[in-house]
Design a protein around this ligand. Structure first.
Ligand SMILES: O=C(O)c1cc(=O)[nH]c(=O)n1[C@@H]1O[C@H](COP(=O)(O)O)[C@@H](O)[C@H]1O
Length: 289
């Protein structure tokens, strides 16, 4: 007899306690493939992703393959992404598939099946989603994630400077888009709070580069009671100081994410692993101290 799956938020909290609050992004940029002596084709992507998994699998809380780089090579690239997701599963390392999907509700159900259903080759442990067709349009994904013990990370305050155009905008009620997204995520996590879980499974994406945007937009990150995926560490310039400043009292919920900052140490396995270790130690010092 199998019981209900352990919810993603609880699994992530345990993984962060054990390995430190770091996610290694698997972003096979053409320039990195070149540096690693790999071809810019599906076989190169596969090799790149599996080498990263070999180096960091079992050593970090999570990995985050960036779907865009795999999709560049069509179905063969997507097959390589599926292999990387399977390798993360085999290593017991949580996998956030960075696909940033979002569509009207009935189509969203299709994306939900692709990235969150048991048995789907593209399903990791969580997926990144875009709420800009309305937070409610993500309901099919939130519901399926809850049923399968997976998680979702909803874009809230993104690390790019253009994001503020949309995310800082005020609705008719005077509430910013970012604050409204955070409040709706908090509602979905209320059950986890009631159940005494360390975190809910509905997370937000909040870039480590956003400065005081949470305060400026009235976004209560701590009240989300869910994981906060924080890209922008490393190559985009954020470090320990920024992580502490951006997240303040919400910092224990944060999963810092670095792609190029770690990947630049490759292709040597030991060098990649120690770059990930250093990044995890920095994230721990900033977020857990
Ligand atoms: O959802 C994301 O992960 C994401 C959101 C965001 O606001 N900013 C951001 O950089 N990302 C992703 O995080 C990764 C950052 O890569 P590096 O800048 O190389 O660490 C890329 O895959 C981005 O698509």
């Amino acid at each position: 007899m199998t019981g209900a799956p352990v919810p993603f938020g609880a699994r992530l909290a345990a993984a962060m306690d054990e390995a430190g609050p770091l996610c290694v992004g698997i972003d096979p940029h053409v320039s990195l493939l070149d540096d690693w002596g790999l071809p810019d084709d599906a076989a190169g992507l596969r090799e790149f992703g599996l080498r990263v998994m070999d180096a960091v699998g079992g050593h970090v809380a999570a990995v985050k393959p960036q779907a865009a780089f795999f999709e560049r090579h069509g179905s063969a690239g997507v097959a390589a992404l599926e292999e990387v997701i399977a390798a993360a599963r085999a290593a017991g390392t949580l996998c956030v598939v960075d696909a940033k999907r979002g569509d009207i509700g009935s189509t969203m159900a299709g994306y939900a099946d692709a990235f969150l259903a048991d048995g789907s080759p593209l399903a990791g442990d969580a997926v990144t989603l875009s709420p800009y067709l309305g937070f409610g349009s993500l309901t099919p994904a939130a519901e399926l994630a809850a049923r399968t013990g997976r998680g979702i990370f909803v874009l809230c305050l993104t690390s790019n400077k253009e994001g503020s155009q949309v995310q800082h905008a005020l609705g008719p009620d005077g509430v910013s888009v970012a604050a409204s997204i955070a409040a709706q995520a908090a509602l979905l996590n209320a059950g986890a709070v009631d159940d005494g879980l360390p975190m809910g499974s509905v997370g937000l994406v909040v870039g480590a580069t956003v400065g005081d945007a949470a305060r400026a937009t009235g976004t209560d990150l701590q009240a989300v009671h869910g994981p906060l995926l924080a890209p922008g560490v490393g190559a985009q310039g954020a470090g320990e100081r920024e992580l502490t400043a951006v997240f303040g009292r919400a910092r224990r919920q944060v999963l810092a994410s670095s792609s190029r900052g770690v990947l630049a140490a490759g292709p040597d396995t030991a060098a990649l692993r120690s770059a990930a270790r250093r990044a995890a130690d920095e994230a721990s010092a900033a977020l857990r101290g």
